[in-house]
Design a protein around this ligand. Structure first.
Ligand code: ADP
Length: 295
């Protein structure tokens, strides 16, 4: 089972002729509200990959339609608290005529979690379970410690990157998952091998998964090194590609698959995601990913 401590957002998308200027009121030509947040995306990917995933997070009062949406995707929403202190995390996304965006992000209840609530959600964990975290909620450090105490393995995707937090956590993680930009922000080098050596020096036991965009992904732990190329697809929208890769990879590992097979499955799922518009709607099912791998 995967316990995913992660953000839950409403993404409010508005199509506009141009970005709103100071003092201006602008009428939008189209509106869409989507479920988002790296946390929810990764839970969705892990669930579609066939894993049991309990999302740990929080939403504002009266927003339970978000729970129905997540349940429909197959996510266990029992770990999502309803809090009165703030609104559900949300993004106000302006999209102009050139397809560029300008975004206001309000973290809301994603940053209002309590350690007590989180620890209660982890209490049902058994040996072999994983905690997954991104960096869009509060209590990352504390949750890693709670999970370790309860015997879970800990995977961390430091997005957005907080270098000090991540360096302080390295030795307490089992798996670090970063993309190229995050790896460079963390290590100060854009050279993959140099960066991996640097991490190895600081945390010799740590497994590191680096997603490399259209170049694929690379995995390294003390026992092995694996590399996969990306599956060739026509890229339409890369939103949630990384989240899809992470959810599928961890789901596959929890289900007992080998690293190399997990990388292949995750690469296929992420490629499918890239070939479709949107975030969560673009995340394929396990069956689709397996079929895609067969060619
Ligand atoms: P992020 O979404 O965090 O920026 P990446 O850009 O590294 O992450 O993409 C995550 C994964 O998505 C890659 O490891 C790869 O498997 C897949 N992917 C990304 N871009 C493409 C592409 N153009 N074609 C095929 N697969 C892709």
């Amino acid at each position: 089972k995967i316990y995913n401590l992660g953000s839950i957002n409403w993404d409010h998308c508005y199509r506009l002729t141009h970005f709103v200027r100071p003092g201006e009121t602008l009428t939008s030509s189209a509106y869409q509200r989507n479920l988002g947040g790296k946390g929810a995306n990764q839970s969705a990917a892990a669930a579609r990959a066939g894993a049991t995933v309990r999302h740990i997070g929080a939403i504002g009062l009266g927003d339970s339609s978000i729970l129905s949406l997540m349940k429909e995707i197959g996510i266990d929403t029992g770990g999502i608290n309803e809090l009165a202190v703030d609104a559900t995390g949300h993004a106000i996304i302006q999209i102009n005529q050139d397809g560029e965006n300008a975004i206001i992000l309000h973290p809301g209840t994603n940053r209002a979690l309590s350690a007590d609530w989180i620890d209660r959600q982890l209490a049902t964990a058994v040996s072999g379970d994983w905690l997954l975290m991104q960096n869009e909620t509060n209590l990352i450090r504390e949750t890693a410690a709670l999970a370790r105490k309860r015997g879970l393995k800990v995977a961390f995707n430091p997005a957005p990157m907080d270098k000090d937090l991540t360096l302080a956590l390295l030795e307490k993680l089992d798996l670090l998952i970063v993309n190229e930009v995050e790896l460079q922000d963390l290590t100060g080098t854009d050279e993959l091998e140099t960066a991996l050596v640097q991490i190895r020096q600081q945390a010799p036991e740590l497994a590191v998964l680096v997603t490399l965009g259209a170049k694929g992904a690379c995995y390294q732990d003390p026992q092995q090194r694996e590399q996969v190329s990306a599956c060739p697809v026509q890229a339409v929208d890369t939103t949630a590609a990384g989240d899809t890769f992470i959810g599928f990879f961890l789901a596959s590992r929890v289900q007992g698959a080998a690293i190399s097979d997990s990388l292949k499955l995750a690469g296929a799922a992420a490629a499918l995601c890239v070939s479709r518009p949107g975030a969560i709607p673009a995340i394929p099912t396990r069956q689709e990913a397996e079929q895609f791998l067969l060619g």
